[in-house]
Design a protein around this ligand. Structure first.
Ligand code: FUC
Length: 340
């Protein structure tokens, strides 16, 4: 196991965690961005399974949030405002009238403090940051830590912790675009995905949840028995069309908070386990085309994000898992990616 560091343009550091079985994960202290994840396939061939920029400078304006940590609140906050404890808080509008992914100065734009630790069977990077009271419109000084741990079982775990001195909304996630074909050979149409979800959140034209939860029985939104993502990447239903002919929806997990993703050409399988109550499944329907990525130019559907999180729709509607972190309590969550 080891950790190496690389200075990027004299302002950021990239940490690469490597295990004894050929898997590695590279992470920038800027935005906590996962720039690369090298994972062996069934035949022992090690390739990159995430999308990342070829030039680090392109992460400065990462409007597609490649690999980034998202916070304090991932997802869209309708009309960039919410009410809490009888006060209305106004946030910056960065997508129409709405506030997306923590706003323009969200956690994806922060240079985090970094420490590393190492033992025989795992290596970790610990990033910490304090968001200041009302800095981006959110109440409370928010102390956040994200620990990335790679072990010898080819598992990368992200452990999130946050505490605040005010009641405040918190929904942390990671925005990595996966493509298990390795080195971005094509799109994610042939990725097979399975997870236990009985409800997903209906979206309006601005991709804001309407408050309605839909039962996906026997549609391309039903992943309980597994299906190819390609089934849903077409203009079949109003919900797919709204999302840009694909998925960009919040699914609530059932009793199993896990997702299994596999790609048959390489035999790679990734299992995601999380403590979060649901996830946004986003199939890169809106990914800008022609971005210079590590393995070529980006295109629509070049990756898939599994954004495990509570959803800020809870600020405006009943029926969604809570996003308010009470003063002095600790937000704790994890997302674990296991590869086979
Ligand atoms: C996802 C989506 C969005 C968006 C973005 C880059 O989380 O929900 O629609 O385009 O990230």
């Amino acid at each position: 196991m080891n950790i190496t560091t690389k200075s990027i343009q004299n302002k950021w550091t990239e940490f690469t965690l490597t295990n004894d079985y050929g898997m590695s994960a590279s992470i920038l202290n800027f935005g906590g961005i996962i720039t690369k994840m090298m994972v062996p396939d069934q035949h022992g061939k090690t390739e990159n399974v995430v999308l990342g920029f070829n030039n680090y400078a392109d992460y400065e304006e990462n409007t597609n949030y490649l690999g980034a940590q998202i916070g304090p609140v991932a997802g869209r906050i309708q009309n960039a405002a919410f009410k809490l404890d009888d006060k209305t808080y106004t946030l910056e509008e960065n997508e129409g009238n709405n506030h997306l992914h923590g706003g323009p100065n969200g956690f994806h734009q922060v240079i985090w403090s970094a420490e590393t630790s190492q033992s025989n069977n795992e290596v970790s990077l610990i990033l910490t940051h304090t968001g200041r009271h009302l800095e981006n419109g959110y109440p409370g000084n928010l102390d956040v830590s994200i620990t990335y741990t790679l072990n010898n079982a080819n598992e990368l775990t992200l452990n999130y912790q946050a505490t605040s001195d005010h009641d405040t909304p918190v929904a942390l996630t990671n925005h990595t675009y996966f493509n298990l074909s390795g080195d971005m050979k094509g799109t994610v149409h042939n990725h097979h995905v399975q997870f236990d979800s009985r409800y997903f959140a209906e979206l309006d034209e601005e991709l804001i949840p309407t408050g309605q939860l839909i039962e996906p029985v026997d549609t391309s939104f039903d992943f309980r028995n597994g299906r190819l993502l390609g089934d849903g990447l077409k203009p079949e239903t109003a919900q797919q069309i709204i999302a840009g002919n694909g998925y960009d929806h919040y699914f609530m997990f059932g009793s199993e908070k896990a997702v299994t993703v596999s790609e048959k050409n390489t035999g790679r399988t990734m299992k995601i386990h999380t403590s979060e109550p649901g996830m946004v499944l986003y199939t890169a329907n809106g990914l800008d085309e022609g971005l210079k990525l590590n393995e070529g130019l980006s295109q629509k559907y070049a990756g898939v994000c599994f954004e495990a999180q509570p959803h800020p729709a809870a600020l405006h509607h009943d029926g969604f898992p809570n996003v308010i972190l009470p003063t002095g309590e600790t937000y704790r969550s994890y997302i674990k990616y296991s590869f086979k």
